[in-house]
Structures are given as structure tokens and as C-alpha cells.
Design a protein around this ligand. Sequence first.
Ligand SMILES: [Zn+2]
Length: 507
Amino acid sequence: MKTHNPATQMHRREFIEKSAGVAALAATGPLAIGAAVTAAAPPRTRQTIGIQVGAGSFVDEGTDNVLGILQERGAVDTIYLTTFTYGRGLSGRQIPGHPFPDHGVPESDESFFHGGNYATPHAEFYRDTVLKHTRAPDHGDLDIVATVLPAARKRGLRVFCSLEDVFRSDVPGVKEVAEVDLQGRRTGTLCLCHPDVRAFWTGLATDLCQSYDIDGILFFNERNGPLLNALGASHAQSIASSRVTCFCAHHQRAAAERGIDFARVRQGYRQLDQFVQAALKGERPSDGYFVEFWRLLVEWPEIIAWDRLFDAAKHRVLAEVNAAVKRARPGLEVGFHIEHVNSFNPLFRATRRYADLATKADFLKVVVYNNCGGERYANFIRNVGSTVFRDVPKEELLRFNNHLLNYGDEAKLDQLAAAGLTPDYVFRETRRARAGVQGQCKVLPGIDIGIPTGKNSRQASAEDTYAAVTAALKAGADGLILSRKYSEMQLANLAAAGRAGRDAAKG
Ligand SMILES: [Zn+2]
């Protein structure tokens, strides 16, 4: 295990800050070609450009080769290195069934993709959790952080470890800490109230911050509460109102502490399940779908209380990860990925305040993916338009929702997937986040570069990417995070992002 030496670290940081100041005076900065090689870390006031990269890309294309491409073409100064996930969104090659980009190995990795911790887990940090064995086997003994970090430092790049709450059910310990659904069945997702799960996330963050000389952590948690899951109120889910979570013993105890009547919670969610299932069959309540839904919330306030409890547990984990990082090494940064549903869904928006999230993080990565955004937004409208808002023609529902969310002139519903969302959408959502955080933390919009979409949906182009990056920076973003992963991006689109970043830096 590498041990961290605070004295050396302090010296290095002072050096970086001084070097960065000199670089700024030289009017080159991290966005100029090759400047980051000599400029070390960028000064805080500049608009940083980061990119999400998984371990597989470095294995397939060579560590230094990838870093060189990212710096030269993408004007990248920060690597968000996927270090923990069992998901394919941030890790692995292109998702099976979608065309490969013009770099990397154009073969499916399905035969060996597994996921887990791509660094080296050190046992002492996982004493208080059953989740002790998460080492990713995909690339043998490779430790991706130990591999990438020194090469990135040589080029003056910052490195953050990305951690994502996506598991698989065959991971040792998962069954013991899994959520319990409305029917009492164990699921494949982890209960955020469970002490072992909380200890896992703080242990993992502490391990990475103490064992490696990284710049911080970017934490991904896209989990929704039971109310929104019951309605299918995200873009990417089927409506499964009888499978909502979490009804485990830890959640029941938390309910008791808050004076929430657990028996009424279950009754309320059963009522909601019946409403949703009837709505999906088109069985219209005599007072209409929306009135019946609102009446459920009025008569069963426990539905909202239980959803709030889920959110409270999720946000406690975020706060605990932040605290663990600061304890491990003061000065390291913590960022949270803010999921796309926070943009589309007014019900979800109402359960979050940017100002509150900003107190727990140094930066928020706000998802403003505009290419796949069209397809996703259309899915969301169809989901809520099949239950709560079933009485409203879907085209009108889309227009109405655009007004609620302050979206501008976006495509009609039947053209939305093919059209994608506009750069104006990127601008508006960036500006909203900037206003929301009230200066308490940085806003780094997540820019969509080639996130896979359906055959007839918008595909990323260099022009789109240039426009989206420009819009986000014009809206006052503190920087960007190119998403979701390098292994799905075309190089021309990456270069367009870099060009837009350099052009913005020139003013
Ligand atoms: Zn639970």
C-alpha cells in the first residue's frame, strides 16, 4: 500500500499553485495546446475541462497515449477516472449493440466485463462492512489509479476517482444489505439506510484518498425514492409500482424515530400501486387521474414522508462521503453527479435544492446531456403521461412541462428523440444550477459526447458538441465534465469540445 506523506504533498501543492499562477500570467493556461504539460494543475478561477474515462480505455489504448489524446484534442485538464462501479455507463467498452467509436478495440467486452473496484482495496478500510470483496477482475491485477496517476501528474493533469452506486447481485455481501421491496422481496440494490452500506462508501472514499495522491472524489448516485419509482418518473425505467423500496428493518426503525406510521406507509404504497396499475390499463377514475393521484397524497401523507426518508438516507451518504474525504485529507475536493431526472421532472426538482446540495460538495456535475436528452425527455413525458397526467394529450403535456421547467423552443414530442435538446437547453440548465448553488460550490455541467441512443435518435456530431460546450461556458459554468466515457466518444467530437473550450478561453 502506498502511504501518503503530508509534508511531500504540501510541498507539491504549493509548487503547483505557484506554477499555475506563472502559467496564468504567461497567458497560455490549461486550454492552450500542450500548455498543461508544463502548467501543472489549473488555477481555480479558470474554466476546467474534465473527462470521464474508464480503466478499459487505458488498457486498450495505452495510458500515456490516452492522456495525450485527451489533452491535445479535448483540452482536458482533469481526469475523472472510473474507479468503482459495476455499471456499463461509466466503465467498459462501448455498450453492446451500439457502433464502436474510431479508437480503442472494436470488439465487445461482454466476455470479461465484470466491474467493481479497479484500484486496490485495502482491507483495513472495510472492517465495518460486509462488502469486503469488490476488486474488479476485468484486467487481472491492474490497479488503475496507481497506473494512471503518475502518468497524469507528469502531464500536469488532475485526477479524481469516480465512484458509482451500481452493484450486481452476486457481489459477496450484497444479499445481506440489499433493499426490501413493497412485497417483502430482497432486491439487487443496496439499502442506503444500512450501516454496512454507509460504512462501505465512507471506507471506499477514505481508502482512495489516503492510499493515493488524488485530487478528490466524484460520487454518482442516481437512485430514486419510492414515490418517483412507483410513477416511473425517470426517463430510463419501466413503471414498477409494486417493486418500490425500501421496506427493510433499518428503514422501519428510521420511520419509528421520525414518528412515521409504518403500517400506513405500506397501505399508502399499496393504494398507489393500485392507482398506477389501473391507470396503465386506462381505467379512468371518475374524478380523473390527476385528482385521484393528488387525493392519494392528501389522504396518505405517509407516501411523501416515506419518499423523503429515502432521500434523507441518500443525502446522508453524500454528506458522509464528503466528510470522510475531508477527514482523510483536507483540501481534497468532492463532487456529486446530479442525474438527468433533476432536469426533466418537476416532482423530482421539488425534492432537491441546489443550495442544499452545495453545502455537501465542492462541485456539482449537473447533467445537461442534450443529444440523448431528447430521447430521454420524450420517455419521461410518456411515462408520466400514462399515469398521473393521462388525461392530458401528450403533446400538450410536453409543452406544459416545458413551461414549468423554463425550457425554451424544443422539438415536438414525435420529433424530440431525433432532434435532441438544443444548446439553449444546456445554457438554461447551467444558468439555473449556477443561480441555485448561490455561489456555495462550483457547477461543472456534464456534456453529452456520444452517449448511445436509439437508431432514429439524435447522434452526437462535432457541431452539436461545439455548441453545447460553448453554451455551458457562456452560461457561467466553472468548467465541464465530458461524459459519459471516453470509450464511447468519436475523436472528432472530443476535438470539437476542446476547440470550443479553447475558443471560450480566448474570449
Ligand atoms: Zn432499507
